[in-house]
Structure formats: structure tokens, C-alpha cells
Write a protein that binds this ligand. Structure first.
Ligand SMILES: *Cc1c(COP(=O)(O)O)cnc(C)c1O
Length: 431
């Protein structure tokens, strides 16, 4: 399979090149030149298949031309060593819990899959993975890559803007994981990473790769979740008129779901649920894409002012806003509304939402029409945002053992300013 850039000004590349490069040289995002439609027989028996089996079939459709079935099966098995159960919250609304992996957030699957694919393609010599995080990406990537031979990971995060629990999940690991504490915003971190990738001189000296949701090896496997959601809903006889609500920041997760639909997955429509950072919603309204600096919210993994996967979504819909509007709508909620939703849902349904899932859940409560079945992605365990959630509900949040284990470690970081030359000098000193 060849991969092309969404900007159309860079040569097409193989899967291996797309995975190792991350971002295309014209600053576009790589997308597969073709999307394979899965056969009807797959969809008619999907409710009898396990998550791992479903994911394997989908992985073959994406990567089967480039990686052997045996290897893909191993990658899938190693990445999906946990379940993503569907929990009915009320009536026709169910939560797809994507937080049962090692760092209790949905990015684990993509990060673990990508670590294995990068190792497959990286050859000899050290590969340096640069990743900007607003919280959860860093922990998922750091843990997905921890101890992987020949790969060193630099996690850039905005100082003081991630929760203490998130922070300890990537600053205490040591080994091949280096945490860089940037005195700036998430967008500054993302800009530093993007500048490094287009710095020819640096790239001649160091092999760089990315692990943000822009990487095809992280981005495409997220679609596994949606096939699984459909399968579990179908098993319950509730898969008709399916509406899926996805809490969105960089829009990688929802974009992978839109790819799943192109592969034949029967979903009626999607909702991109946002916090106060609502560039995408405003784009759907006005038709003008106007990125702006992110504002901090209590759903901080979605504090993104210029969602990188917007380019892939726009490309997928052939830059046709009417087509996009007919598949995806978008809503935005303030911190006060997020808090109100968490409190009210716990009282009424006994279900504790995290601030991200709360946006997606509320979008279904407000937007689901008669005859539709709703699934929302619950992307993080509420204990990852313990202080915030406890302040809202007034009740203690029980921290799972997996999370407690991280909190005993010693924080080690490299403090830097948002200045690119400082970052560059630091990287040069690590050659
Ligand atoms: C990353 C993240 C999101 C947003 O996902 P995107 O793919 O960036 O849109 C939502 N919720 C949580 C908990 C996250 O960590």
C-alpha cells in the first residue's frame, strides 16, 4: 500500500516510510491511497467474533499488503491484552469504556500497536521518537515504548498543565523515556516537535520519528474500537441507527472511526464532542477553518486549538463541507456544563464519568433522536482526574491499583523554554 500526504506536495511512500517519518515533508499527514471495504460476511458474523479477532481482520485490511499475517496477529495480541466493554448507562445510551489498558486511557492501544510497528520497520541504530502531549498521549506512548530496544522517546509536555497523575505516568519511568517539561502550552510543544521534523540539518544527524496521533501506525488502529462497539451492540440487538459520540481533541480517534465507515461499518452519524476548544464546531457552522490558541479546561486532553487530524478528515470528505456535515456534527461544553453532567449522571444513573467522556455523553443526551441508539467513548478512567472529579461530586474516587503503582516513582525531567533553538541544542547534545 502506498501512503500519500494530505498536502499533496510530497512523494508517495511505503507504509514503513510513513511510519518512520510520521509527518510528510510537506507538513501534511500521511493517508493510505486506498481504503479496503470489508466483505458483508465479516459484518454479518461480527457479533460472534472477539475484539482481538475483529481487530486482526481490520489490521489485515489496512496493513496486510506490507506485514505478514503472523506478525500482524502478534502485534494485535500484544496491543489488545485488555477488553473495551460496552456498559449501558441508561435507556438507549451506552458507554464504550476505552480505558482498561495500562495507563487507563484510550490511547494505550494505538501507542502499543505503534511501538511494535515502529520496531518492525526501524532497522538498526537508535530511533528517536518525539511526542508532544497535553497529558494522556505522553503516558500512553511512554508506557507503550518502555523498554523497546533501539527506540528512545522524548515526551514534551506543558509545565503545570497536566494532572499530577498524568505527569507521574511519563516522568518516573526512566530507561528509554525522557520527559521534557516545556514552559509553555501544549501548542508550543506540538510546534517544537513539528519544527524538529522539518529541520533538515537535525534530521541528517538523528533519526527522528513521531508518536502523536498523526502517525498512521497510531491513528489507524484506533478504528478497532468502533468495529468492536458495533459488534457488541449488534449482539444486544441495538446496532440500528447507531450514533457514536467521540470526545475529540486532535481528532485522531474520531477520524479513525470515519475510516471504519469507509470500510463498511454501518454507523448512521457521529458527534465530535468538544470542551471550550471548539474550532471544529465553528468550522462546521461557518465553513472557515480558523485555528486559535487553546484554552485550558478540566477536560485537558482535548485542549487543542488546531487539531492535527483535521487535515485527514477534510481530505477524507474530499473538502466537501456538505458531505462532512451529513456525517459529523459537533458540540462544545464549558467546564461548568462538564461538571454539571458528571454530578447529574452519577446521581441519576450511578455512572461516574470523567471530564472527557462527560462531553460525549451529554452530546448524546441532548442530540439523540427517537429510534437512534447511542454509544459514547469513555476515554479515560475518572481516577486520572481524581481531584477535579472529587471536587465536582464531593465523593472520593477510588484509584485503581494500576494507577497507584505509578505514583510511588521519582519525577525526572529536563526543563526547557518554548524556543526551538534551545530544544534543538538539547537534542544535538544527545546524539
Ligand atoms: C487524547 C484524548 C482525547 C482526544 O482524542 P483525539 O484523538 O486527540 O481527538 C479524549 N479523551 C482523552 C481522555 C484523551 O486522552
Amino acid at each position: 500500500m502506498r501512503y500519500r500526504s494530505t498536502n499533496g506536495k510530497a512523494p508517495e511512500v511505503s507504509l514503513g516510510e510513513a511510519v518512520v517519518r510520521g509527518l510528510a515533508p510537506d507538513r501534511g499527514l500521511y493517508v493510505p491511497e486506498r481504503i479496503t471495504v470489508l466483505p458483508d460476511s465479516f459484518f454479518s458474523s461480527i457479533q460472534n467474533m472477539s475484539f482481538v479477532e475483529i481487530a486482526f481482520r481490520v489490521a489485515c485490511a489496512f496493513f496486510g499488503e506490507d506485514i505478514s499475517e503472523d506478525e500482524l496477529r502478534t502485534m494485535v495480541n500484544e496491543s489488545l491484552s485488555f477488553d473495551c466493554p460496552l456498559v449501558q448507562v441508561e435507556g438507549n445510551i451506552s458507554s464504550l469504556e476505552l480505558f482498561h489498558g495500562p495507563t487507563l486511557a484510550f490511547k494505550d492501544v494505538g501507542a502499543r500497536f505503534m511501538a511494535r510497528m515502529l520496531r518492525h520497520f526501524s532497522g538498526s541504530g537508535t530511533l528517536n521518537v518525539l511526542v508532544a502531549t497535553s497529558g494522556d498521549t505522553g503516558s500512553a506512548v511512554a508506557n507503550g515504548f518502555l523498554g523497546v530496544d533501539g527506540i528512545r522517546v522524548f515526551v514534551l509536555y506543558p509545565k503545570g498543565k497536566v494532572s499530577p497523575i498524568q505527569e507521574c505516568q511519563f516522568t518516573t519511568l526512566g530507561r528509554n523515556i525522557i520527559a521534557i517539561e516545556v514552559d509553555g502550552t501544549f501548542d508550543d510543544c506540538q510546534a517544537l516537535v513539528k519544527s524538529a521534523f522539518v529541520d533538515d540539518e537535525l534530521n541528517a544527524l538523528m533519526r527522528l520519528s513521531s508518536a502523536n496521533s498523526i502517525n498512521v501506525a497510531r491513528f489507524l488502529p484506533q478504528s478497532f474500537y468502533y468495529f468492536n462497539a458495533y459488534a457488541r451492540m449488534r449482539a444486544e440487538g441495538r446496532a440500528d441507527n447507531l450514533v457514536i459520540s467521540v470526545p475529540s481533541g486532535n481528532f485522531g480517534n474520531i477520524c479513525s472511526a470515519l475510516y471504519a465507515v469507509r470500510m463498511g461499518l454501518p454507523v448512521k452519524r457521529f458527534i465530535a464532542a468538544n470542551n471550550a476548544n471548539c474550532v471544529f464546531r465553528d468550522f462546521l457552522c461557518s465553513g472557515n477553518y480558523e485555528p486559535r490558541p487553546s484554552v485550558p479546561t478540566i477536560a485537558n486532553a482535548m485542549d487543542v486549538g488546531d487539531p492535527s487530524n483535521f487535515a485527514r478528515i477534510w481530505d477524507l470528505f474530499g473538502r466537501d463541507i456538505a458531505a462532512l456535515r451529513s456525517s459529523v456534527s459537533s458540540v462544545s461544553y464549558s467546564d461548568a456544563q462538564i461538571g454539571e453532567t458528571i454530578r447529574e449522571t452519577l446521581d441519576r444513573c450511578g455512572y461516574l464519568l470523567d471530564p472527557h467522556g462527560a462531553c460525549a455523553y451529554r452530546a448524546l443526551r441532548e442530540g439523540l433522536e427517537p429510534g437512534e441508539n447511542g454509544v459514547f467513548c469513555e476515554t479515560a478512567h475518572p481516577a486520572k482526574f481524581k481531584d477535579t472529579v472529587e471536587k465536582i461530586t464531593g465523593k472520593e474516587v477510588i484509584v485503581p491499583d494500576a494507577l497507584k503503582a505509578f505514583m510511588g516513582g521519582v519525577k525526572q525531567t529536563v526543563p526547557l523554554s518554548p524556543d526551538y533553538y534551545e530544544f534543538r541544542n538539547y537534542l544535538m547534545s544527545k546524539i
